[in-house]
Ligand binder design. Sequence first.
Ligand SMILES: *Cc1c(COP(=O)(O)O)cnc(C)c1O
Length: 355
Amino acid sequence: MEQPTMIELRSDTFTLPTRAMRQAAFDAEVGDDVYGEDQTVNRLERLAAQMLGKPAACFMPSGTMANLASILTHCPRGTEILVGDESDIYNYEAGGASVVGGLVYHPVPTNPDGTLAIAALDEAIRDASDSQFAEAALICLENTHNRCGGVPLPLAYLAEVREFATARGLAIHMDGARIFNAAAALGVAPTEITQYADSLQFCLSKGLAAPVGSMAVGDERFIYRVRRLRKMLGGGMRQIGMMAAPALVALETMVERLHDDHRLARRLAEGLAQIPSVHIDLQTVQTNIVIFEVRDKRYTWKTFLDALQAEGVRMGELGHGRIRAVTHYGISSEDIDRAIAAVERVLAPTRTSSN
Ligand SMILES: *Cc1c(COP(=O)(O)O)cnc(C)c1O
């Protein structure tokens, strides 16, 4: 299908399902998944568990619900979850763990490389023998880390957090919305990463280009409880093999090509770095996310984005006035060159109007 000529870099959630995905949805064998009788969902859950190296998985409507159900499964009411202050869980998920789960978010400072320092985690864990403190139950890590520019967490760091968490009796949940991007960037199998987490969620609806869905992944007991929470939260779905089928196509055919997105993000970043008023740390550009700042007196981030859109390119803002561009399946190398040229035009010294 022809798409409009707008170059859509706001998010990899704008990916459209491929023809093979639409066909798979059309042809899907379905049943009532709340009864566990949708064979397409069952296949998806087995494949996801296997690819991530855990015993079980549960198909979820969204990453937000997968994170929430996972957190609620790990944490008794009234306990604390240690979350990065730049994390999606802390910033973009409507405070669900607190509203629904009666949990306390304990924000921990995020390092520029997406890690939470062990010393900072240690400091966040309060003295359990002191009855005035809530007890910590869970550490949440984000991998790749969106607001840190899509960086993958180093394996050596994950090993360190694992050791720390085990010593302190805490579980680790990984918000691996873009876990396959992390694996691609590190050049390792996803299982090399997930071995350090008790549970994780990953999104099918982002770079993998499926229309909806996330997978919660963990051991059998964990997934049994996640499944009940999914029902409680209103996420029990019926003939949802219609959506599991495109998700299977995503897992089977869209993982290897993530390298292409990473190459294009790099190309975009290097092009932008040539523009004097663009400030960008090329070091952070390791996957499909490019974050930069525009320092030009004629523009705020908002008027810059508006001017860019008028030139046929959409990007987004993600806090602190930083601009984010995300490459994905729907973006070609020509699109990247056109996007760089559009930014150049908007920021050209001779341009007088700021739109
Ligand atoms: C997108 C995203 C989520 C949430 O997924 P939804 O399906 O949009 O609810 C969670 N964490 C990270 C890091 C994400 O990028």
